[in-house]
Design a protein around this ligand. Structure first.
Ligand code: BGC
Length: 246
């Protein structure tokens, strides 16, 4: 069965029909730039553009880069603040001519996909997936069950919000070398490990494609640290899984 998945990111909005049996995109994804400012109205138009590009009609799952409970946005760290309080499922459903829309946090979606089809397959105990991008997203699993909306990117680290120091946006903005950035990521992982003692960290986000540049530099963390396997498609796959109720 195919279901459509859309991943709303700080810089791009990407989507594709997802083959839920294989846990992979059924067609190459389509991407548009995230409107700036990323207001509810403009983002909804972009999501509709991505979905219409495939002539899709049916259930749609959408990730959002903030806390989402019961399809309603509760925080918006890296998109326009007027998202807070918006019933994103109602807004996007209306823009898509009445298609059923399920909305969830972007890192939670990526985590759900990785636990079923990627690096977390069959893993028990505590597993923490972290996505490094415009912000830092987190998904915490206990024996395969998600604890939603954990928001570990906003933990304080050396007097700063962790995502302001260790996201890939911070790396780009401050023009940090891989070793310099890896030291910050290492401190962050050590902090999360101190709090949750996971058995496995899965490192996601676009940077997972370049894992060989920084993962070998990470030391002093007891947990296994592996790159996400679905890489940047995990959000799209997880969104579709959520829309299918999986
Ligand atoms: C948001 C999270 C999101 C993460 C990655 C953070 O700023 O608060 O909800 O998962 O960025 O997009």
């Amino acid at each position: 069965m195919n279901v459509f998945g859309v991943d709303i990111g700080g810089s791009g909005i990407k989507g594709a029909p997802v083959d839920l049996e294989r846990g992979d995109l059924a067609e190459p994804r389509h991407k548009v730039l995230t409107p700036q400012p990323a207001t509810p109205d403009d983002v909804a138009d972009s999501v509709a553009e991505v979905v219409r590009n495939f002539g899709w009609s049916g259930p749609v799952g959408v990730t959002f880069p903030g806390v989402v409970t019961h399809n309603t946005v509760r925080t918006a760290a890296n998109v326009a603040k007027d998202w807070v309080g918006v019933d994103a499922s109602a807004l996007l459903g209306e823009r898509l001519g009445g298609m059923p829309v399920t909305v969830l946090n972007d890192a939670d979606a990526a985590g759900v996909a990785e636990m079923s089809f990627g690096a977390g397959r069959g893993r028990k105990g505590t597993v923490v997936l972290l996505t490094f991008g415009t912000g830092i997203g987190s998904a915490v699993f206990i024996d395969g069950r998600l604890v939603p909306n954990t928001e570990l990117g906003h933990l304080e680290l050396n007097g700063h919000e962790a995502e302001k120091r260790a996201s890939t946006k911070a790396k780009d903005d401050e023009d940090l070398s891989w070793p310099h950035w890896a030291r910050r990521v290492q401190k962050y992982l050590a902090h999360v490990e101190m709090l949750l003692s996971p058995e496995l960290f899965i490192i996601g986000g676009g940077v997972s494609r370049k894992a060989d540049r920084f993962l070998p530099l990470i030391e002093g963390v007891d947990a296994e640290v592996v790159p996400a396997e679905l890489q940047n498609n995990a959000g799209i796959v997880g969104a579709a899984m959520a829309a299918a109720g999986r």
